[in-house]
Write a protein that binds this ligand. Sequence first.
Ligand code: TYM
Length: 333
Amino acid sequence: MGKKIFSGVQPTGNLHLGNYLGAIKNFVKLSKDKNNECIFCVVDLHAITVSQDPKELRDNIRETVATFIASGIDPEKNIIFSQSKVSAHSEAAWILSCIARMGWLNRMTQFKEKAGKDKEKASIGLYSYPVLMAADILLYDTSHVPVGDDQKQHLELSRDIAQKFNNDFNVDDFFKVPEPLIQKEFSRIMSLKDGLKKMSKSEISDQSRVNLTDDKDQIINKIKKAKTDALPMPSSGEELSKRPEVKNLIGIYSSLTDLNFDEVIKEFSGKNFSDFKESLSQVLVDKITPISVEIKKLLQDSNYLDKILLDGSEKADKIASQKMKKIHEIIGF
Ligand code: TYM
């Protein structure tokens, strides 16, 4: 039987290799299986949990759609829409926030990281953000959610919320309990500057990531400058636990070529780091520059991108508003 797929990406600019290898690459693969029904959401309501410039936000929403399409998601066969245009997301988020417990949210590590030292000044939205994410997923009877490793905890929360709602109202299986789809071997792509830090849009140094809009020269330059260590290329997987930067680069290569870690290690064992970096740059350029060229092309036609969002939101709204109606009945509204 086919899967019901839902996933989201924040339109906060600088979509990067981590987003691609951790999530979007898998979206593309799942969307190509005719048995699956896929919905990909530009989560603009999530983006405003931190302050956004309205003009940039509008551009970034279009850029995220362009990235989906440029990466290989067919907008005719899959639903692509922005979250703010389907009001059921906000409504369900409120209702589910009355189901979720403070204790559950207090455990969310991403809030702790994002809020930093001054939690008192973080928005309430940043705190309750995983509840909105649960609303996104549960409104569509999603069976599977492809995400990077950093979203695992949020997905577990979605499962807890679904189960508590079903129990509280005695409605077995009303909300489908979603399964995460997280890459097995390499699900967290790290910064090119620090192998212990996640590759991230919000990192100030652009050298820390490969953006999906980077051109050939930028990619080559970033890989050349990517941090490594003084040792030669590893000859076994065991060495990697103490060499986070090297592990990350090998992981990127392995993910792009669909070879496993051991195969990559075997291919480069005993070789110079510069040889490996050259090969890595080559596979990155081959994979990323066509996407980057296509994103730039698509961005020239904002009417086309807006039309996709409009069509997508109509389709999504149909599904979500029906579910919302049933939620009202169950609750007693
Ligand atoms: P966001 O916008 O931060 O990231 C989008 C996707 O990219 C993955 N990702 C990574 N994967 C591996 N390594 C990295 N360095 C890396 N950085 C980002 C993320 O895991 C994610 O899959 N809350 C979500 C968006 C969201 C969502 C949803 C996802 C909202 N509602 C419902 C799934 C289902 C987020 O902020 O992703």
